[in-house]
Design a protein around this ligand. Structure first.
Ligand code: ZN
Length: 323
């Protein structure tokens, strides 16, 4: 991917281009912002420009091609996938950075998930940042920069990234996944700007399973104990995606609230369920919707604190159906 081909993040790309043009490239960068919005893509495209034989990240020269294929000897990408980064990794990075670049002018190390350093590893990394070697560039990517050592943060040039606007994201998803306008808009809204979510396993959850989940949820009624417990069982089996499912339920009730207060339709998330939303709107009140939203919120609270999940879900659904 070239800089030009990356949608959005215009300001960030311009800042990086300016540092190259004015020859004021930093030894260390810290890209911050939510997961899955394109920080890594920009970092890799930046590395391409720095090492490109045509000096523009052309995507076609041998250097750019090697970076695309992940086998450029001067570009290293450490992707943590959520696991802790231990000191051995930092030592390997330091050994690597102490060698001269093999092919280009720079040695570039991109670390995705830079908030995952153990204390020892972070202190070791600090040494590298305090005594930078000529020609080495470190790009740290983090969605939780506040958990990094402040001494690490202060030695990096920080570049904050934000999520793309919903419409822009929907346009990209529509093209990439060949979705209808409606599906692309729903997926963009539910993914909250994260392409990682939209393009990954969440796509099926957000587009297909969501309809069934909302149907089961809105079919619950006060006193219908057995369906409530059956549904709690079903949800409990969705270990990985339970937080996203709670998000879906939240958008559903929020949508009804918006309708109730005559907000414009383009603010709704579940636009493909417009008739269901309207029906629900007629049969409920603001106070009842707020009670349901509170039940969701408190379920989230207890689940984060590792209270028995099945029990939490049962209580949540009982409160929702009684409201
Ligand atoms: Zn190139």
């Amino acid at each position: 991917m070239t800089f030009d081909a990356i949608t959005g993040h215009k300001q960030q790309k311009n800042i990086l281009l300016r540092t190259i043009k004015s020859n004021r490239i930093a030894h260390a960068y810290l890209f911050t912002g939510p997961d899955g919005i394109g920080k890594k893509m920009v970092a890799v495209a930046f590395a391409k420009i720095l090492l490109c034989q045509n000096h523009n990240g052309c995507n076609n020269c041998p250097s750019c091609i090697k970076i695309t294929n992940g086998n450029h000897p001067d570009v290293h990408l450490l992707d943590t996938e959520g696991a802790a980064i231990k000191i051995e990794k930092v030592r390997a990075l330091q050994r690597e950075l102490s060698l001269h670049p093999l092919e280009g002018k720079y040695k570039i190390y991109i670390i995705n998930g830079a908030d995952k350093f153990t204390t020892n590893a972070a202190n070791a990394l600090l040494k590298t940042l305090e005594e930078p070697q000529a020609g080495t560039i470190l790009v740290l990517l983090s969605s939780q920069p506040e958990t990094l050592l402040s001494t690490i943060r202060s030695r990096c040039q920080q570049l904050p990234f934000s999520t793309l606007p919903k419409q822009q994201m929907a346009a990209i998803l529509k093209q990439k996944l060949e979705l209808s306008d409606t599906d692309a808009t729903v997926l963009a809204a539910l993914s909250e700007g994260s392409f990682k979510k939209a393009l990954g396993s969440n796509r099926e959850l957000f587009l297909e399973k969501r309809l069934k989940l909302i149907q089961s949820l809105s079919a619950l009624s006060a006193g219908s104990t057995i369906p409530t417990f059956t549904f709690a069982d079903e949800l409990n089996a969705e270990e990985e995606s339970i937080t996203d499912i709670l998000d879906i339920f939240q958008t559903f009730y929020r949508d009804i609230l918006l309708l109730k207060h005559n907000q414009p339709e383009n603010m709704l998330v579940n636009i493909d369920l417009f008739e269901t939303l309207q029906r629900q709107n007629k049969s409920t009140t603001t106070a009842r919707l707020l009670t349901k939203l509170k039940a969701l919120e408190s379920a989230r609270f207890y689940m984060q604190r590792n209270v028995n999940r099945k029990l939490v879900l049962e209580v949540m659904l009982m409160r929702i159906s009684a409201a």
